[in-house]
Design a binder for this molecule. Structure first.
Ligand SMILES: [Zn+2]
Length: 196
């Protein structure tokens, strides 16, 4: 089914035993983007012309993530919609205490290739587990990872570190990860399913 540029639809969908209303907007873009806004509203942006079944599958695979994040974002007033509330110092410290040892454990895999030890920051993020800014030698990790199993958080850490070597998600990027973490697919699946 083709849809017009910028057209928005409202979907009602049952995911993991819960009912959700999702605003779906079609845009000139290459990948699907899902955001949870303060207040718990779900916004999905998708490439024009994508099959609805593909979108449903995308959402079903992330049922755990959606449940955890809508729950968290419901507690936030909708007027704070611009960005999630910053972490308190205590939350930041707890997240770093959990995540820094994982960065230190996996950093040697890229250090070999001359990557300097990056600055690590944690933030409350709604649509990503982590980001890598190679130019600024920084990785940013989602504070939500403290609730994920350690193997899953480790995958995110290795994923972001690998971006210092390969900016895109190409074949070499995943070959590198696979070489160091052969079970990364399973870890990613558990993370997206919202395992704790
Ligand atoms: Zn990536």
């Amino acid at each position: 089914m083709r849809t017009a540029q910028g057209k928005a639809e409202r979907w009602r969908l049952r995911l993991g035993g819960q009912d959700y209303e999702i605003q779906v907007t079609y845009k000139q873009m290459r990948s699907i983007r899902l955001r949870v806004l303060p207040g718990g509203e779900l916004h999905l942006s998708a490439p024009i012309g994508i099959e609805p079944a593909k979108l449903r599958e995308f959402l079903e695979q992330r049922a755990g993530w959606i449940a955890a994040n809508t729950e968290r974002m419901k507690a936030r007033p909708p007027e704070s919609r611009e960005r999630p509330a910053p972490l308190t110092e205590k939350e930041k410290k707890a997240a770093l205490q959990y995540l820094m040892p994982l960065v230190e454990k996996w950093y040697p895999t890229v250090e070999l290739y001359g990557v300097p030890m990056p600055h690590v920051t944690v933030r409350a993020m709604t649509s990503r587990y982590g980001t890598c800014s190679a130019g600024r030698s920084r990785i940013t990790l989602n504070a939500m990872l403290v609730q994920a199993p350690v193997e899953c958080a480790e995958y995110v850490v290795l994923h972001e570190l690998t971006h210092f070597l390969y900016p895109n998600h190409g074949r070499q990027f995943y070959a590198f990860i696979e070489g160091h973490m052969p079970d990364w697919r399973e870890r990613e699946r558990r993370l997206r399913a919202g395992e704790r």
